[in-house]
Design a protein around this ligand. Sequence first.
Ligand code: COA
Length: 159
Amino acid sequence: MRKAICPGSFDPVTNGHVDIIERSCKLFDRVTVLVLQNPDKNCVFTAEERVELLRVALRHIPNVDVDCFDGLLAEYARNVGACALVKGLRAVTDFEYEFQMALTNKKLNNELETLFMNTDETFMYLSSSVVRQVARLGGDISGFVPANVHDAILKKLKG
Ligand code: COA
């Protein structure tokens, strides 16, 4: 059983993330999408909300599950027996930061490989904060996020 993790803060999940997760699920027997804490970010959605949004957005994929964790990613991977992390790379600018994280995770868990998957060109420009900003300024985000996320963002903004 080859198990992988797609980690991120997912605040919120976008169509770009869904694309990476769908493609990862074709390569591994089981994929866990893991909602983690990035200490440099103040999230708009709670961890529970982000997990629920992911569960609904990914329910068409049979071999995926969604979880959250507030510790070290490398430790979580060891505990569940995952052999790989899959991260989407959108542009060269992502690389340095991702490379640093990959090396750190490898130091913390030598059994864990990080695989970089190129983002589909349609989603090169996307990020969770771009989605939030466009929504806040009244733009149409329906092409950027799954339908349930679209509704949740609008509700959050109204609240
Ligand atoms: N499509 C669209 N957007 C994408 C994307 C894709 N395929 N891949 C990444 N992004 C966006 C994300 O939405 C995010 O946007 P934002 O900055 O507007 O929020 C941005 O690119 C960065 O994503 P990512 O590199 O995945 O960072 P992250 O903050 O979402 O996740 C963690 C980082 C949570 C995985 C990392 O902090 C972590 O592992 N934390 C746990 C603690 C730990 O183990 N620390 C040691 C790690 S070395």
